[in-house]
Design a protein around this ligand. Structure first.
Ligand code: ATP
Length: 375
């Protein structure tokens, strides 16, 4: 028995319900396998924020730092202005723990998949989680912007950009800009992880998505680095422009395995992927730091419209638990959860979003029972 120390953060809304179901499943796994679990629940989320004003405290961070992994539900509350919880908790957590990979598997779960071509597919998206156009490197300038037309200070103290030339060309009009930045260091560690992931999965190739024909500098450098890494690991490297990729995901999803995608395009393609695999209730995700503490969560949010009524589909949370197990060195136990999900889908034991009539906890119990039956 190997014991893993897991921080459990149910969070808000349906996060609480789906994590309760996911924990029942993980407990079932620990009963029948060598996976031992020492779980500690951590109260982070909107209730505490509204009570105390605290988002992610230093104490939270030091507690989480001591764990092997974090199992996370969802954050969000209609009583709190948009952005506060997301930035103060989720984005801060990703930054503090430097979870630079966002892993999003997209699997065909027939008959849920709304595609005409019924071919099985299993795409694993690896999204770079720290750079690109989401770094907050931005500014505005011009007569009505409140900015300084001669010199713009880019947020996060990354760069001081002299934009005299641009200002002249603007004819005194307002400008706004958002810069996409890639560093050699971050792209190299990302490429390295993607290649190792492809090898572990038995994929002979990595697909790199970009728009290198228009955004030439960033994605040109990224191609060069991925080329070196793929050669080092003996893998084929396939380039796809993001627009072509969006089409290919619909018409030939079965041709992709490990797909590396920069931050902005990854945000969009993984949501397309979520719908390909049957909706928000069917997607798990991992925010991974291969050398540190990683966090596993369903891709959906707190869904206040259905919270507290047992309507939430817990499968996304169970698939997040599967990823946690795989990441922690329990691939067979992870596979068991995949099979258990397959089983409840085949048996029609589902929540209303998938056409069934079971509650969140009933689906969780059905999955846990299947696991216990594997003893
Ligand atoms: P948040 O602000 O926390 O992101 P949200 O309501 O904006 O919450 P989601 O929770 O991601 O966004 O979901 C959007 C809608 O999809 C929900 O309102 C809900 O109706 C549906 N939904 C999401 N997750 C599930 C689930 N696990 N089971 C069933 N329906 C779901």
């Amino acid at each position: 028995m190997t014991t893993k120390h897991i921080a459990v953060v149910p969070g808000d809304g349906i996060g609480k319900e789906v994590i309760a179901a996911g924990m029942e499943v993980l407990e079932a796994v620990s009963e029948i396998s060598s996976f031992g679990m020492d779980a500690e629940y951590v109260d982070i989320g909107s209730e505490r924020y509204l009570r105390t004003g605290e988002l992610l405290t230093d104490d939270d961070i030091s507690l989480l730092k001591g764990k092997d992994a974090i199992y996370f539900g969802a954050i969000g509350d209609p009583r709190v202005s948009p952005g506060i919880l997301e930035q103060g908790i989720l984005l801060r957590m990703r930054a503090v723990f430097d979870q630079y990979i966002n892993l999003r598997p997209v699997t065909s779960w027939f008959p849920l998949v709304p595609l005409k071509r019924e071919v099985p597919f299993d795409i694993h998206f690896l999204r770079e989680n720290t750079e690109d156009f989401y770094m907050g490197a931005n500014g505005t300038f011009g007569p009505n912007s409140g900015g300084d037309s001669a010199h713009v200070h880019v947020s996060r103290e990354l760069y001081d950009i002299d934009i005299d030339l641009v200002a002249k060309a603007s004819n005194g009009d307002d400008f706004a800009f958002e810069i996409g930045l890639l560093s050699r260091t971050a792209v190299t560690r990302f490429a390295d992880y993607c290649c190792r992931y492809a090898l572990d999965r038995g994929d002979g190739k990595v697909t790199l998505v970009d728009k290198a024909n228009v955004i030439t500098r960033n994605y040109g450098m990224q191609r060069e680095i991925f080329g070196e890494k793929a050669a080092e690991y003996g893998l084929d490297l396939e380039f796809m422009f993001v627009d072509a990729m969006a089409m290919a995901m619909i018409v030939r999803p079965e041709t992709f395995g490990t797909v590396a995608v920069p931050n902005l395009f990854g945000d969009i393609l993984t949501d397309l992927g979520a719908q390909l695999q049957g909706g928000l209730g069917m997607g798990g995700s991992g925010n991974i730091n291969p050398e540190g503490v990683s966090m596993f969560e369903p891709i959906h949010g707190s869904a206040p419209d259905i919270a507290g009524r047992g309507l939430a589909n817990p499968i996304a949370a169970v698939l997040a638990a599967q990823m946690l197990l795989e990441n922690q060195g329990f691939p067979d136990e992870g596979r068991m959860l995949h099979d258990a999900v397959r089983h409840v889908l085949d048996a029609g034991m589902t929540t209303p979003d998938l056409g069934g009539s079971l509650t969140t906890s009933q689906v969780g119990k059905a999955i846990a029972d299947f696991v216990l039956g594997q003893k």
